[in-house]
Ligand binder design. Sequence first.
Ligand SMILES: [Zn+2]
Length: 486
Amino acid sequence: MVTHFACYNTSARAHYCHIRVNRAGETIKATSEPIPACLSEAERILVPNKLFSFGYFSHMETNIVMSIIRATLLAFLVVLFSSSALHAESASDGTTFDVASATQAYLDRLDPEQRAASDAYFEGGYWLDLWELLYGLLIAWILLNFRISTRMRDLGEKVSRFKFLRVTSYIVQYTLIVFVVSFPWVIYRNFVREHDYGFSNLDFPDWFGEQLIGLGVSLVMSTLGIALIYLVIRKAPKTWVIWGSFAGIAMLSFVFMVSPVFINPLFNDYQSLSEGPLKENILSLARANTVPADDVFTFDASKQSTRISANVSGLFGTTRISLNDNLLNRTSPDSIQAVMGHEMGHYALNHGPKMLISFGIVMVIGFAFVRWAFDRVNKSSWGIRDVGDIAGLPLMIALFSVYLFLVSPLTNSIIRINEAEADIFGLNASRKPDGFSEAILGLSEYRKMKPGYWEEIIFFDHPSGYNRIYLSMQWKKENLESSVED
Ligand SMILES: [Zn+2]
């Protein structure tokens, strides 16, 4: 048995050779004089693991991957630095309205004990994210190391001779196993902890029922999504990193599009907001800002939790604005208008399509990382045939999770910058700086109000409460002054 090994050296681009080796690792033929580093690489990776697909890496593709990675690092730095603009403090100009003390006056309305609790809740989340990653990696290692994954694949191959059914049979087994083994963790994080902090209104049977609905949705969605990615890997083994990302974006768009119509109603009851001045004000705000909404929805979020929130969901034809009943019942009409202005900002500024593009780029890099790392981490004893073998799914997901964890400051910053844009849009549209600040105080129940500078960049996917109120007070000051001048 003879195979090819493409040797490349990214730090010295001039060197490139194809080596033909046998199973014992002896060189039979080389297109150019192989350097010792290449030979030892061939012995280290190719022969012990029998990874014959390594030849797919060409000199050109490696350069493309490296260029993409370099470009992302650059983009990462640009995003991090531009986000620092959110913290710009205004210089004092001697006018009577002091932005910092007006901001502080809002923060002082919060009970210190309650603020300590929300800080603890939010900061605890940083650690939980890390433990969750490690727990996921442990599950992947158990599935691979004890060859449970290859047995799942073999079972699928017995069930059907059709590739698609074999793959989907594996994904269904995988989804169910992961659901069961991660369930104790999910109970702790999403049920026990939420009750401890007083955020959840669900008793265990209702909560468990929702988990089962979620499992059903994820069985359908993950089966379709993962099967599609593996189809792309089989059809385009050399370029799947790029086509797989297109497939991923298509899947994300599909989920965004169907969720307001098919998924969200599985969990909550969506009703048209009753007629009255509030609805008329919101629709007027929509008309004034090119948001083609002819209805506003409200949903019974209080069934699950005490949190106030609102959202824009859907994509293209299914976009809709929904406010949760906690927002409706616990805040003032000014706050609701301000929050609606923010949500309309997401729509008017085309944040949906922009986010898809941003996350498409994040996904390309992620797949490039997975492809690069897969052969390096994979062990022959795990019995995975190659990167296109569905039995390697736990490894793929483990690598992708590590990647997402590492780039979370970048993804958080991408979202946070969009949120900051929507904040500014919302203030200009609704002209309710105090209403917005009051709504932000309501969010402080579950979000730390005043994090450190880097803490906000790394962990926050929305601007901190302090910065949002500061922005509102700045807006108030500038607009109060202009109205005085007029
Ligand atoms: Zn938002």
